[in-house]
Ligand binder design. Structure first.
Ligand code: ATP
Ligand code: MG
Length: 615
């Protein structure tokens, strides 16, 4: 398979970066490979659900989540890839719930997945709308295909390509062989077609307990690829299914179900992660047999594998995420520190940031571990463009302007976005007492410190130049307030503004009007790049657990003074708090007129700057 180097280069152009999957699609389109594909129109229980034949110039992709957990950043890559390719080539992408496993699947997950895909900016009815001329709506449930899957299985039995094996799971495992040794044939392999058919029908009727028999494909017990050594395709499972209830007591194996789902939906390019590469020969074998039998039309869907997204400082496995939630290391699936999409949304990561990130990392077949900062930088870039600026004092210290008239009120005007003058300015009340950041004052300045210290001048951003005249301490010597005088002719935006050359430029909010809000300062959930991985110097027998690498300081909740305009922020509105970073009004805990803010990301990568931390 051809391979393109992964493109990590930032590109703000509308042109998509190219990669090996695009090359395959473009070659297929050029050769009109899918132009003659037609669904045979066999009547079936789910006929009305199925996709019509694609336009010759169309591709069809799909995103097939199993509804057994919340989506994470890795899924975002897959969603952006599949939906993005369909969009770019004027095709369609199906959202298909791979819900063939009766256990563990819940409506809560289905709803959340639907929400997250929409939030990412995709919909399964695009580019034609839901009311598209062909009436197609590309939301599918694999469990709607059970009748066909059984019918196809019966065809495989009838044509000698499948048999019922009555060995136990253990016996089957023992006879499968190893990577270096061939497997051995089951004594049931030579069962007659009639006997296998009869047993399979009775399996469906519920005549046998779980595990009594299994339907297996008859391929080759000596195949070099273990997945071709007569894989199981149907098993008995007396369990209720969220969609089909108690109708079935046999359920298809994932490896059997998935290719059939793709074929029934006329998927042209079935894009999945690399761990399925070893399954591709079975995928092709199965669809070939069904096509030979006239049950499927050619050309058949093509499976293409790419390497999954791995990022430093997080874990992207449903099993681990479930552990973090169930053991209450975090506050639920949408905890802003979790790499779930519901978490990212609460954290304030823009959906556009995920789309851009996915575009930039492209798709390749080589395993890679991407620096978390690369994702953060993309989020910063999108937020820098889109977020309006506001002022917040996170660690307040009172500044008293002694020569400012007690009863004077005035306004300072701050641009909403320095790069977008069209967004205008807003008025910020200015007064005699202001909150400034504690770190913007030093009794004894260190070298190169240009902010306030006794005798020094600095500018109050959008306001006046002030000269520090002194400070008050409490009994312990802690600074309680700073005193200064202002220079009345130095106001920003007036002709005198340039008279004074000062190096320090401080942000502030007026004490009388400021809004006191809860602000959550989130940091990384894990303290090391590869949570749970062995590290240099570890003893031979040391087994690390990813939970031991949780960063104990991943959240700090503070009360901060915000400029009054922020009181009216709507849930999910995002801002840059000048000099601090990007923040979002929390979508869960904000009340009208009383928003709570979450820090999305700092302005610069502050993580690696801290002592003892590695990237
Ligand atoms: P996990 O491995 O986290 O348990 P999964 O693969 O079991 O996830 P599914 O619901 O089966 O979860 O995934 C739906 C789709 O998302 C699949 O096509 C899968 O290949 C893809 N996917 C899952 N994780 C990643 C990842 N880290 N990077 C890219 N694609 C992924
Ligand atoms: Mg899976």
């Amino acid at each position: 398979m051809s391979q393109e180097p992964k493109s990590n280069e930032a590109s703000s152009s509308a042109l998509a970066s190219t990669h090996f999957i695009r090359n395959i699609i473009e070659a297929d389109l050029a050769a009109a490979r899918h132009a003659t594909r037609r669904w045979s129109g066999r009547p079936g229980p789910a006929a009305q659900q199925l996709a019509g034949p694609p336009d010759p110039a169309q591709i069809r992709t799909r995103f097939p989540p199993e509804p057994n957990g919340y989506l994470h950043f890795g899924h975002a890559k897959s969603i952006c890839l599949n939906f993005g390719l369909a969009q770019d080539y004027g095709g369609r992408c199906h959202l298909r719930f791979d819900d063939t496993n009766p256990e563990k699947e819940e409506q809560e997950y289905v709803d959340s997945i639907v929400d997250s895909v929409r939030w990412l900016g995709f919909s399964w009815t695009e580019p034609a709308s839901a009311e598209s001329s062909d009436g197609e709506c590309n939301l599918y449930f694999a469990s709607n295909y059970f009748d066909w899957m059984v019918e196809f299985a019966e065809y495989l039995i009838a044509s000698g390509h499948a048999y019922v094996d009555s060995h136990s799971a253990e016996e089957m495992r023992a006879s499968r062989g190893t990577l270096t040794e061939a497997g051995t044939d089951s004594p049931f392999r030579e069962r007659s077609v009639e006997e296998s058919m009869d047993l399979f029908k009775r399996m469906q009727k519920g005549d046998f307990p779980d595990g009594a028999h299994v339907l297996r494909a008859r391929i080759d017990m000596a195949a070099a690829n273990i997945n071709l050594r007569d894989p199981a395709i149907y098993r008995i499972r007396h369990a209720s299914h969220h969609n089909t209830g108690d109708r079935w007591c046999v359920y298809p194996m994932y490896t059997y179900a998935h290719p059939i789902e793709d074929a029934l939906e006329n998927i042209t390019h079935s894009i999945c992660t690399l761990e399925f590469a070893d399954q591709r020969p079975f995928y092709d074998w199965l669809l070939e047999r069904l096509a030979e039998g006239g049950l499927l039309q050619r050309p058949l869907p093509q499976q293409i594998e790419f390497s999954r997204l791995n990022l430093t400082y997080i874990v992207l496995s449903k099993r681990k995420l479930i552990q973090l939630v169930e053991e209450k290391h975090v506050d639920g699936w949408d905890d802003p520190r979790l790499p779930t999409l519901v978490g990212a949304r609460r954290r304030g990561y823009p959906a556009e940031g995920f789309r851009l990130f996915s575009e930039r990392i492209g798709a390749s077949r080589s395993e890679s571990l991407i620096e978390y900062t690369q994702l953060e930088d993309t989020m910063r870039e999108v937020l820098n463009e889109s977020a309006e600026r506001r002022v917040a004092v996170l660690d307040p210290l009172r500044l008293i302007i002694d020569n400012y008239p007690l009863d004077q009120r005035e306004e300072a005007f701050a641009p909403n976005h320095p790069l977008k003058p069209e967004l205008g300015k807003r008025a910020m009340p200015f007064g005699r007492e202001l909150w400034i950041e504690r770190e913007d004052f030093m009794v004894q300045p260190s070298k190169g410190y240009h902010r306030l210290y006794p005798g020094n001048m600095a500018r109050l951003r959008y306001g006046y130049v002030v000269k520090c005249t002194g400070y008050d301490c409490d009994a312990s010597g802690a600074v309680m307030a700073v005193h200064c005088d202002y220079l009345p002719d130095s106001k920003s935006g007036t002709s005198g503004a340039d008279t004074y050359k000062v190096k320090g430029n401080l942000h502030w909010v007026a004490v009388a009007e400021a809004y006191l809000a809860e602000v959550r300062l989130y940091d990384r959930l894990f303290a090391v790049p590869s949570p749970g991985a062995r590290r240099e110097g570890d003893a031979e027998d040391l087994e690390r657990d990813f939970r031991d690498d949780i960063n104990p300081n991943s959240i700090r909740v503070i009360k901060a003074w915000l400029e009054p305009a922020l009181k009216h922020a709507r849930a999910e509105e995002r801002f840059q708090f000048e000099r601090h970073g990007y923040f979002v009004a929390d979508r869960v805990d904000s009340q009208p007129g009383a928003p709570v803010f979450n820090r999305t990301v700092t302005l610069k990568d502050s993580w690696s700057a801290k002592p003892g931390r590695q990237r």
